[in-house]
Design a protein around this ligand. Structure first.
Ligand code: SF4
Ligand code: SF4
Length: 258
């Protein structure tokens, strides 16, 4: 982190050292929003409002701030669910308000849904964030590509096998850094240890979380293709979708050939 950026961040800390919300933090994204395509911004608003979940997640906001007071992300970064809902409320006339949040702001939400529990108007701010993240992925926004990139292995595993973290992802040469330095030690004997798992569906399986029949993976692929899941991710993670499609076609071939 360069010194200038560090000073900027430090200026936002309160006396407890928390990187507090409530500041006009969205302004750093406003410039990007102004450079955005109006047509794309309108499309995002239309997609949001036409989603069947929108009617359930958004009613009207009285700006009380209960959601923000419960939000764990608000305690640590410059993020407020209240602001998200307020922007959603005004986005029909000013679509850049939503787009402004999609560069960085939205990705601070953990999707814990504490905000939903406390809203007197029964809004679901976390749900609205989820819909906007989906729109960012579907429309191939840079923020979505940046966010998905470190999870591409996990995304592939989920889409191709229905299981997420698999033993063969624990590798010596590229362990996930956030799993800690002890991970490299653990993987040394992972094959042997996997052979010792006393669960039939997991015993010796390295490339999936557990044994998944080919027929199940084929069904998963068909559901993802026909329901539009593959298309919805293509703009943000083309390589992963290409690999899933390749694996799916092989499964179809093998099913045809018995
Ligand atoms: S779902 Fe997101 S916005 Fe809502 S409380 Fe959790 S982190 Fe905050
Ligand atoms: S708790 Fe509900 S009504 Fe209050 S600011 Fe948050 S979204 Fe708006």
């Amino acid at each position: 982190m360069d010194a200038k950026y560090a000073r900027k961040l430090a200026a936002r800390l309160n006396t407890d050292g928390w990187h507090y919300g409530g500041l006009p933090g969205l302004q750093w994204e406003a410039e990007n929003a102004r450079r955005g395509e109006l047509q794309l911004m309108r499309r995002i608003v239309d997609e949001l409002r036409s989603d069947v979940r929108f009617q359930e997640f958004y009613h009207a906001c009285i700006n009380c701030g209960n959601c923000t007071s419960m939000c764990p992300a608000f305690r640590f970064v410059d993020f407020e669910p209240r602001i998200v809902v307020q922007k959603v409320m005004h986005a029909k006339d000013e679509p850049e308000l939503l787009y402004q949040m999609m560069d960085e702001y939205l990705w601070a939400c953990y999707q814990c849904y504490s905000c939903w529990e406390v809203c007197p108007a029964h809004n679901n701010p976390g749900g609205l964030v989820a819909l906007l993240k989906e729109a960012a992925v579907r429309n191939g926004l840079e923020s979505a590509k940046r966010t998905l990139e470190p999870y591409s292995k996990t995304l592939f595993k989920v889409m191709a096998t229905g299981t997420q973290i698999t033993p063969d992802m624990h590798m010596l040469f590229a362990p996930f850094r956030d799993w800690g330095p002890h991970k490299a030690e653990l993987v040394k004997n992972i094959r042997t240890e996997r052979q010792g798992v006393p669960v039939e569906s997991m015993w010796g399986v390295m490339d999936k979380g557990w044994r998944v029949p080919k027929r199940t993976m084929l069904e998963l692929f068909i559901i993802e293709r026909e329901s539009g899941v593959l298309d919805s991710v293509r703009n943000s993670s083309k390589d992963v979708v290409d690999m899933v499609e390749e694996a799916g076609k092989e499964l179809e071939e093998s099913e045809k050939n018995g």
